[in-house]
Design a protein around this ligand. Sequence first.
Ligand code: GLV
Ligand code: MG
Length: 337
Amino acid sequence: MRSPKDFFRPLAVGAPAPLREVPFRPSRMIHFFDPGNAKMAAKVPDIAPQVDVLLGNLEDAVAADRKEAARAGLVEIAKAVDFGATQLWTRINSLDSPWVLDDLVTLVTEVGDKLDVIMVPKVEGAEDIHYVDRLLAQLEAKAGITRPILVHAILETATGVANVEEIAGASPRMQGISLGPADLAASRRMKTTRVGGGHPGYLVREDPHGDQDTPRATFQQDLWHYTIARMVDACAAHGILPYYGPFGDIKDTTACEDQFRNAFLLGCVGAWSLHPVQIAIAKKVFSPAPADVAWARKVIAAMGDGTGAVMIDGKMQDDATYKQCRVVVSLADELAA
Ligand code: GLV
Ligand code: MG
């Protein structure tokens, strides 16, 4: 089996991280829709040009008695709509469900040439990815599909988190991993009833015995910090892409933006959008800010071949900050291309 490393170029001096050979495609927002919902399906041609990724969801949020309708709806939409530069993904049902085999067989056979990525929920270990990988290879060969369909895992069980490194490196098809905070909360027996985001009770509180110079304050912490950071490391080590998942409180656009930004700063390249209002938030957050890009270009220009040290506006820059700046500038350039 080819190693995921086969997808990488060798490291060059000044390169920030392993660079993937697969062409860059923006994926700042993975926009979910229910293909069995006629109202949502009718909007697909209008929404498609506004998003980087459009995902036909077959799993959770689609009721058991509507699974077949959702699958059939996705086939119909994939055949009828020209998605242009927008990627078409699907989220299949989980590998322990009665629907997943039909999801894979039907979708690859009918519209495998239109599907860019298959998102697999509740992945617990490399064996889950190996199963999907082998089945996809068989179905692609039968259907005469020559462009491999890529695989994206959702990290949403405690076992999956424990095995995140082996999941990230399980197949050259691996495109990325998303955090699934809702299922993960249940799997870990966290005491929340939300779809991602923070919790007003999860706080860091200033020492109540502090003095006058230190006014009391409370700050909400990011419940997902540990898992996002762990997922980002696993993805970076294997040259695949990390994503924050869903944010369920559609009305709280501020908290959504904060959660997306935390993930972006930690290394994620995108998040799910569950409602059109979250599309613009993801676009804004996951595109580097113009001021940050301008600063990064200034550092790169001042650093010459990327080695040594310079002072810019009183701040020390060296080989490592040069690499960080290259991350920001390459992302901006790739998004502008
Ligand atoms: C997503 O599927 C989640 O469980 O958060
Ligand atoms: Mg889930």
